[in-house]
Design a protein around this ligand. Structure first.
Ligand SMILES: [Zn+2]
Length: 285
């Protein structure tokens, strides 16, 4: 097992290091807490029955939707802004390590509720927190918060894990379709994100919306194509499909005129609905 991980993990109940470390389990001699070790990975909480194991998708700076690409750029800027080369980073809800490439030369650990091969430990941080207080310089929560039902409890856990002065880097969708169903619980406006951050003791260092009218229209048209059209009678379906092709053509003609997505502070009342938000929250020093 990763030595860094081994040195950081503690019993979630008493916060003492595990005194017994066998191949298949760890035990805390203080209070008897046992943790299963599966293929070298400590599994602190069982995987929820409703959770699926997702296939790995190739990710990169230019892969995926415009929102994903904006996320990549944002996270890369935050990580390269860390002046301390030894800074400890924890990717929370890391999945298949979609952004792992960004952390390649950093002290980086990954946690997820699903024991994916790419994560270091499997743990639902809402249930238990197997690290000491103030352990990390940066916590990363990329497209995760919407999948956490007990989001307030998670923010409490993240506050506890973060060193004073450290940052919590968040990307969260807003106008994006239901995904990874049924584990997709919420969309927050930027007003509720601000409120939540303050309630949990964080300072807001950055809050920006990603706006992309073409992508936004595309989401609606994809809903139409995949969910509405198949339900229509044959003739209506053919007619609607023809009209849809026409609309899609017109939208793509619009693209060079209005340009691609942009980032902006959501404070202006003139801003339309964001595709999602990027936040950097600081734990006060
Ligand atoms: Zn213990």
């Amino acid at each position: 097992m990763n030595q860094l991980l081994s040195s950081l993990l503690v019993c979630p109940d008493c916060k003492q290091p595990f005194s017994i470390k066998e191949e298949n389990y760890w035990r805390c001699s203080n209070d008897g807490r046992e943790v299963r070790v599966h293929e070298g990975k400590p599994v602190f909480t069982p995987m929820p029955e409703t959770a699926h194991i997702f296939e790995r998708i190739e990710r990169g700076p230019d892969e995926g939707t415009p929102w994903r690409q904006a996320n990549w750029k944002f996270l890369q800027e935050q990580v390269s802004g860390l002046s301390n080369k030894d800074a400890l980073i924890l990717d929370v809800g890391a999945g298949h390590g979609d952004f792992a490439q960004i952390f390649a030369d950093r002290n980086y650990l990954a946690v997820d509720i699903v024991p994916y091969p790419e994560v270091d430990i499997a743990c639902d941080l809402v249930e238990c927190v197997p690290f000491k207080e103030n352990s990390f310089d940066m916590l990363v929560l990329m497209n995760v918060l919407e999948h956490v039902y007990h989001s307030h409890e998670l923010l409490d856990a993240l506050y506890y894990l973060l060193k004073p002065g450290g940052s919590l880097v968040i990307a969260i969708p807003f106008m994006i379709k239901i995904h990874q169903a049924p584990i997709d619980f919420q969309r927050f406006t930027h007003y509720s994100l601000e409120e939540m951050a303050c309630q949990h003791g964080f300072e807001i260092a950055l809050l920006e919306g990603y706006y992309d009218p073409i992508f936004f229209v595309g989401e609606a048209l994809r809903n139409l194509r995949f969910w509405v059209l198949p339900k229509l009678s044959r003739i209506s379906r053919w007619l609607a499909r023809g009209l849809l092709i026409l609309i899609e053509g017109m939208v793509s003609l619009m693209k060079p005129l209005i340009g691609s997505g942009y980032l902006k502070s959501p404070k202006s009342a003139k801003n339309p609905a964001a595709i999602g938000y990027h936040l950097v929250l600081k734990k006060p020093s």
